[in-house]
Design a protein. Structure first.
Length: 322
């Protein structure tokens, strides 16, 4: 595990500097293509009934997460047989590709940059790249809310949760997590044709993220304190609003972020032409504003650095003791 610890730290650093450059092949894209191929195949093999599609979704989940875990494990095993340092290099690249700190910051700041020009249409296009909701009719404040919510939620999904799985089991566990997350992103919708086949992927994403989401929220609170934000209000909103979401996990960090910033997030949103009525998260101690996007990004970076220090520290102590 000492090699995986070193690789996690190196991969985290590379992600902060390099991010997700365009044109470089990404394993998550391959996972997405595998999901698409298996979905088409399993839809043909199983009856087009609720039960049939539920079973197909379960088999799809098992096949994808197994492949996503076993393949990187096999690659690292072969590399270690050649040289532990070759393993470190390869696993560092894997860790870099599992994490998304700089990419999340860059994409959300594109929304901020478009808002600064006063081009609402460009702002809607920019935010559409990082959210699943319909964005064509969003006003400026709704665009800002969408961007802040995405940063808050993905601080857990894109950084803290992957770091936790990397700390527990190295890159193979990291890719296990990314596969679970990608399956939910592609199939875990409440509308047809995904409602039945996406049931298992959606529920398993809830299970796999249950502990990481709550750890992420607590680390975010600590980061907010270091950044001079409203920690008392952050805790208050976290305790009150952390379950005001269809997912048991998504509002954990969203509630903390809303409380730290003193703004109100969430509310009704359109997805694939269907209105989803959702409760608000947080209290509007002030109106949300453009500057809340860079504020949420500073919170993102603070949370990511604290999470790395915490998980790497615990892992190092474990290596020393055992």
């Amino acid at each position: 595990m000492k090699w995986s610890l070193l690789a996690m730290i190196i991969g985290f650093g590379v992600d902060l500097v390099v991010g997700d450059p365009r044109g470089i092949p990404h394993p998550v894209v391959l996972i997405g293509k595998l999901i698409t191929v298996l979905e088409k195949l399993l839809r043909k093999l199983f009856p087009k009934t609720k039960r049939g599609e539920n079973i197909a979704g379960g088999i799809l989940w098992v096949l994808v997460v197994t492949c996503a875990t076993v393949v990187p494990w096999g690659i690292l095993w072969l590399c270690h047989g050649v040289s532990p340092w070759l393993r470190v290099v390869v696993e560092s690249v894997m860790c870099w590709q599992i994490l998304a700190t700089k990419a999340l910051r860059d994409e959300s700041m594109k929304v901020y940059a478009a808002l600064q020009t006063g081009d609402l249409a460009a702002s809607r296009r920019a935010v559409s790249m990082i959210v699943g909701r319909d964005t064509a009719q969003l006003d400026e404040k709704a665009v800002i809310r969408a961007a802040v919510e995405t940063v808050a939620e993905n601080t857990s999904d894109g950084i803290v949760a992957p770091l936790l799985y990397l700390a527990v089991g190295g890159a193979p566990f990291g890719f296990f997590y990314k596969a679970v997350n990608t399956l939910d992103s592609m199939l875990g919708y409440m509308e047809m044709p995904y409602k039945n086949i996406g049931l298992v992927p959606a529920k398993m994403d809830d299970v796999v993220n249950f502990i990481p989401a709550r750890i992420s929220a607590l680390i975010m609170l600590a980061a907010g304190g270091l950044l001079g934000m409203h920690v008392k209000n952050g805790w208050k909103i976290f305790v009150r609003d952390r379950y005001r979401h269809a997912s048991p996990n998504s509002a954990q960090t969203e509630s903390v972020c809303a409380g730290l910033l003193g703004v109100r997030l969430a509310g009704d949103a359109w997805y694939h032409g269907v209105l989803h009525q959702k409760p608000y998260i947080g209290e509007a101690l002030r109106e949300i504003e453009r500057e809340d996007i860079p504020r949420s990004c500073r919170l993102l970076y603070g949370t990511a650095l604290l999470a790395l220090a915490l998980f790497a520290g615990i892992q190092w102590i474990g290596l020393v003791i055992f």
